[in-house]
Design a binder for this molecule. Structure first.
Ligand SMILES: Cc1ncc(COP(=O)(O)O)c(C=O)c1O
Length: 367
């Protein structure tokens, strides 16, 4: 290994430097992005030529996609389009009161990082097992209700999911100036579980990512939902023309295409099953003789497998050297997770390469 491991999934350039594999040869399973992306057709020249003022059609399509047709709690004044939900994660410490922040121990690390960089006191809650997490958060809020609570729902990489009613209860518990930040980047496969549908409270900030479900992460589009005043604050900070014209055009039709969305949910299920079938032999083989040392989390767009650190690093290296990029996530001093995304079921050559690599590793272990 030559260079530092990439900080985030999907960084093929850095992975290439690290493992000496040409960029174009990777099978990238290191993200949770839908491998069967929304098909982008030819766009009007105007989308490129004109300044990208927010189009009404785009906003209405987004409102209808995220909020449904008869949402009584939220409307177009409560949403803001941003260039990826990461843009809001970076902005939050500047726009909210600096209070202690409770973040998931295991979860998209940018939340922790941004608050730490703003010198906030950041505390962890356990984020792999529902009951433990709920009772930890309850206790922490009882001790101090004036803290921001960050929930990634469902959690990436642990898949932990809280019910919208539980989130509403926590929002109501929070003291003055404290916000419940709910990152729903992976919620599109189960939209009825979003707090946006019926459980919104004015001290919630909800983030949605366009790139994951629609498989268009490069478009850089996301949305934030919050009370009107906070939306205005975000808007002022982000300024004009945040969403480029092509992104608005593509998202407008993608939001309206219910048939594609329905098919995509079914396809994502199939791809998840395929990914599990491909990797299960490997993890069952490693599990033999080491009962209770592994945990497995399955989410629609990824599965995460807990392993002793050394084994996880070895596996990650073994696959990477053969051009298959997984995501290694250090968990605690004993365990690391290997998070594995889905492969497009039509990528027959890629599937064969994964199968051969799994077989090769199993054969080595058996020796
Ligand atoms: C949980 C979670 N939230 C937010 C993001 C940021 O996504 P984007 O900026 O593409 O919307 C990611 C990216 O991987 C993520 O995993």
């Amino acid at each position: 290994m030559k260079a530092q491991l990439p900080l985030h999934g999907g960084d093929l350039q850095q992975a290439s430097e690290c493992f000496d594999v040409p960029v174009e040869q990777w099978i990238d399973l290191s993200t949770g992005i839908n491998p069967e992306s929304y098909p982008v057709t030819k766009l009007d020249d105007a989308a490129f030529q004109q300044l990208p003022y927010l189009s009404l059609k785009f906003l209405q399509a987004a409102e209808s996609y995220y909020l449904g047709e008869d949402n009584v709690d939220l409307g177009v004044d409560n949403l803001l389009a941003v260039s990826g939900s990461q843009a809001v994660i970076q902005l939050l410490p500047e726009c909210l009161p600096i209070l202690p922040v409770l973040v998931p121990e295991l979860g998209y690390q940018e939340h922790r990082l941004q608050w730490q960089q703003a010198d906030a006191s950041v505390f962890n809650y356990p984020s792999t097992e529902l009951e433990t997490s709920v009772s930890f958060i309850n206790e922490s809020l009882q001790q101090n209700s004036r803290q921001h609570l960050v929930i990634i729902n469902p959690n990436n990489p642990s898949g932990l999911k809280f019910s919208p009613s539980q989130l509403k209860v926590w929002a109501k518990c929070l003291g003055e100036g404290a916000y419940l930040i709910i990152d729903e980047a992976f919620m599109d496969t189960q939209p009825d579980q979003s707090v946006l549908v019926q459980h919104f409270e004015s001290n919630m900030i909800v983030l949605r990512s366009f790139g994951k479900f629609f498989g268009l992460a490069g478009l850089r589009l996301g949305f934030v939902f919050a009370n009107k005043k906070l939306i205005q604050t975000f808007q002022k900070r982000l300024g004009l023309w945040a969403i480029n014209g092509p992104a608005q055009s593509i998202a407008t039709v993608a939001f309206q295409n219910k048939a594609w969305q329905q098919q995509a949910r079914a396809n994502i299920c199939k791809a998840a099953k395929l990914s599990q079938i491909l990797f299960n032999p490997l993890f069952s083989c490693l599990q033999q003789g080491q009962k209770n040392t592994h945990c497995v989390f399955h989410e629609a767009l990824f599965s995460s497998y807990g392993l002793p650190i050394k084994q996880a690093e070895e596996l990650n290296y073994f696959f990477a050297k053969r051009g298959i990029l997984l995501r290694l996530i250090h968990f605690n001093h004993e365990y690391a997770l290997l998070r594995i995304g889905t492969i497009n079921p039509n990528n027959k050559a890629g599937i064969r390469r994964i199968q051969e690599t799994v077989d090769l590793y199993i054969a080595q272990v058996a020796q």
